[in-house]
Design a protein around this ligand. Sequence first.
Ligand code: HEC
Ligand code: HEC
Ligand code: HEC
Ligand code: HEC
Length: 210
Amino acid sequence: MRRTLSIAITVSVIALGFWAESARAQSHGDLGCANCHVPHNALSAGDPNSSGPLWKPEVSGDPVVGAAYFTLYSSPTFDALGTDIGQPDGASKFCLGCHDGTYGSVTAEHTFGDGQSMTLAGSHPISFTYSSSLASSPNLKTPGSLRDPVTSPSGLTSGGTIASDLLDGNGKMQCTSCHDIHSHGIGPNHLRYDYESDGGVTMCRTCHNK
Ligand code: HEC
Ligand code: HEC
Ligand code: HEC
Ligand code: HEC
């Protein structure tokens, strides 16, 4: 009886260990650099499919450039509507290469669609320029509610501003404004900020003066 019990426990411990290992292997840190970067034949600077540091072409080369593939975020109070917001570009397009289910060799479970049509309508807006002029625009629905990205600190240990730490090289808001997929980030979703302990107050107020 005791022997059966101890075998049962051993088997479950091994099973649990295996489960933990395969769950971890699914996360970015263990994806393998080669799923995202290639040493040769990467997207080159200026490529309309968006160029990053030696990004693998197959990831952000799909879907077709310029196609109105994603339904974008919109709301009556969204201040960046009518600016340069459009189909995802830069790092966001790269992330969505896997997170829309279209990149074959690594399929992310958390997707924004079904591989046919995608919606970003229910997600924080991305791929638009977040500039001082947007923040100081008299047309803001609530003037003063958006921090100046060039002068406001990011609050991250690097000690930079929103613009230097959170926006991309073109001054755009992207998935990478909130997520840092190289480090394990803070908490379960590779976030730049601790989102769990205060429900996002610190993170969201970095940019929103609410
Ligand atoms: C899931 C995709 C993904 C994986 C896996 C990945 N990277 Fe990256 N890498 C990116 C993205 C996206 C950027 C752009 C970073 C940004 O905009 O914040 C980047 C940027 C970089 C850069 C240049 C900028 C910087 O942050 O230093 C280097 C170097 C780099 N990655 C190396 C690596 C190495 C080495 C590995 C494997 C240990 C790796 N990456 C794994 C997506 C990935
Ligand atoms: C090469 C494919 C690939 C690319 C590119 C990619 N991801 Fe992922 N991502 C995955 C896979 C696979 C998982 C694990 C399964 C899942 O949760 O969907 C994952 C999981 C995640 C998770 C959930 C947390 C976790 O660790 O499981 C977040 C958040 C995430 N990715 C964000 C991003 C962001 C932001 C980018 C762009 C900077 C990006 N991903 C680019 C494949 C990718
Ligand atoms: C304004 C900040 C912000 C931006 C921008 C952002 N995310 Fe997230 N993301 C979060 C937070 C916070 C969570 C964890 C809470 C949750 O799951 O809703 C999360 C969770 C996730 C997850 C895991 C859970 C899930 O809901 O699927 C994935 C995958 C993900 N984000 C991918 C992306 C991608 C891809 C982009 C760009 C298209 C992006 N995120 C843009 C803040 C952001
Ligand atoms: C890196 C800066 C940044 C971070 C971090 C950030 N946002 Fe935003 N957010 C913006 C900008 C810029 C806009 C577009 C300008 C606007 O509509 O006021 C925006 C737009 C929004 C909108 C749409 C407003 C509308 O009227 O439709 C909401 C809601 C929002 N953010 C909530 C959040 C929440 C919640 C968080 C934390 C999870 C967060 N944001 C984190 C910069 C940021």
